[in-house]
Design a protein around this ligand. Structure first.
Ligand SMILES: *Cc1c(COP(=O)(O)O)cnc(C)c1O
Length: 456
């Protein structure tokens, strides 16, 4: 036993030293991938009957493997949707693991679920959804969207249409890829309104009017986007909400990325109508500074989610007992055993206060405007459209799609920045453009200037 204790102490010190170094490093090394064979050659066998020991395993991770990863919080990582978890949230993520709490049922997880629910109340308040709206934390936006679709279809089949046919969902081509993929999971069809710009009530109405009688019967939900992943565009939520109400359709708002902007006074008005949604997805691991993974799904009427998701089994009956009464997160989304992934958000919110979140999100929006102004002034680049939320789409004059790719790889290989191209649909054709997405409040105007310089 004595031997093991010493190893445990040494490992704890190694881990704490690593964590402190990592979370105080504002510009961590921007790693890049290697082929699996290469990594294997560098680290050798790690899983053996005797074990290789904590010191060796930790060294391999610290000196080799982590260098083959891209830190999502690097200030010049402006690709996809990056992230910037707060130090408080990261530290409390360690505490969450160490506490070994089962997050499915109140009976086992009460104190931890209480933390999650405090954070959730704040999220719900940002949407303005009226009582009894409430939600749960999920593994991400994909799982949140799936949980909402399952709830919507169950409600439609049982209470609205009394129909057992294949469902149909309407959204736009600006919607996130997970909408189509999760529709496959529930075997529903998806029809797309042909716009990557904001979807209006009129466009949606036209699409509904085009449906044949059978399709109209199968239509059960509309997914609007509260901040498209590609361009930060917010659909006409207010108009679409009213149309959905009139047409008796489930109104889901996917604000996985954009939901963070609900806290920003400068952007809140763009989300008008979100309070009328039947369900809303927000990813705290995107623009609410939580570590991976943490998504959230909020329901206007949580009872409908419970009808769809609550699991039954003789081994689970005990959780429904008197003494275990309380909120059971397992009842409202697709996962049973779950990590209390809302706890890091709770701790960070409690420590910093919500004003700090407001500041950090406003900073992302401000960085997008700064980038927009720089791009408008520089001769070699031009804006594709005005920045929206924290996304900026722009072009390097005269570049072919290949030149964008080479530029991305070059900056990445040098360990300088990760900025990737995307496609933007204007009219009937797609074009390759460059894209910034700002999350990290520590990104500076000089970072943006330096990246634009690499395009000159
Ligand atoms: C990122 C994103 C998703 C998917 O969320 P994950 O957390 O990656 O599963 C869904 N919708 C939108 C709008 C997104 O930006």
């Amino acid at each position: 036993m004595h031997q093991i204790d010493i190893e445990l102490v040494e490992m704890t010190l190694d881990v704490m030293k690593y964590v402190i170094n990592r979370i105080t490093n504002l510009s961590p090394e921007l790693g890049s991938p290697k082929k699996e064979e290469e990594l294997k050659k560098l680290v050798g066998e790690t899983i053996t009957p005797e074990g290789i020991g904590s010191e060796k395993a930790f060294k391999l991770f610290r000196d080799v493997l982590v260098k083959a990863t891209v830190p999502i919080d690097h200030p010049r990582h402006l690709a996809f949707v990056p992230a910037a978890p707060t130090r408080a949230a990261i530290m409390f993520d360690l505490v969450t693991s160490a506490s070994s709490i089962h997050g499915a049922y109140w009976m086992e997880g009460a104190g931890g679920i209480f933390c999650e629910n405090e954070a959730m109340k704040w999220l719900v308040s940002l949407t303005g959804m009226p009582e009894p709206a409430f939600g749960v934390f999920t593994s991400g936006g994909t799982a949140a969207n799936l949980s909402a679709m399952v709830t919507a279809r169950e409600h439609w089949r049982k209470n609205v249409a009394n129909l057992n046919e294949k469902g149909l969902i309407l959204t736009s081509i600006g919607a996130h890829s997970s909408i189509k993929t999760m529709a496959k999971v529930i075997d529903a069809d998806v029809l797309l309104v042909d716009t990557e710009d904001l979807m209006t009530e009129a466009m949606l109405r036209e699409k509904i009017n085009e449906l044949d009688v059978q399709q109209r019967k199968r239509l059960f939900a509309v997914v609007a986007t509260g901040g498209t992943t590609n361009a930060g565009i917010i659909d006409d939520l207010d108009g679409i909400a009213d149309l959905c109400h009139k047409e008796k359709l489930w109104f889901h708002v996917d604000a996985a990325y954009g939901g963070g902007a609900l806290v920003a006074d400068s952007a809140r008005h763009l989300f008008k109508g979100i309070e009328k949604a039947d369900s809303v997805t927000i990813d705290p691991h995107k623009w609410m500074f939580s570590p991976y993974d943490c998504g959230a799904i909020i329901y206007k009427n949580p009872e409908l989610a419970k009808e769809a998701h609550s699991q039954e089994g003789s081994y689970l009956d005990i959780f429904k007992d008197e003494g275990a009464q309380g909120f059971n997160p397992a009842d409202y989304q697709i996962q049973l055993t779950r990590r209390l992934r809302g706890m890091p958000l709770w701790f960070s919110l409690a420590m910093h206060g919500t004003d700090k979140y407001k500041w950090a999100v406003e900073r992302g929006i401000e960085l997008a405007h700064m980038a927009g102004n720089l791009i408008a002034r520089l001769p070699h680049v031009e804006l594709v459209r005005a920045p929206s939320l924290s996304c900026v789409l722009f072009k390097r004059k005269g570049w072919s799609p290949n030149e964008y790719k080479e530029w991305t790889f070059k900056n990445h290989r040098k360990g300088f920045a990760l900025v990737t191209p995307t496609q933007w649909k204007s009219g009937s054709s797609y074009e390759t453009v460059a894209r910034f997405c700002f999350i990290n409040p520590d990104t500076t105007e000089d970072d943006i200037k330096a990246i634009l310089d690499t395009m000159a």
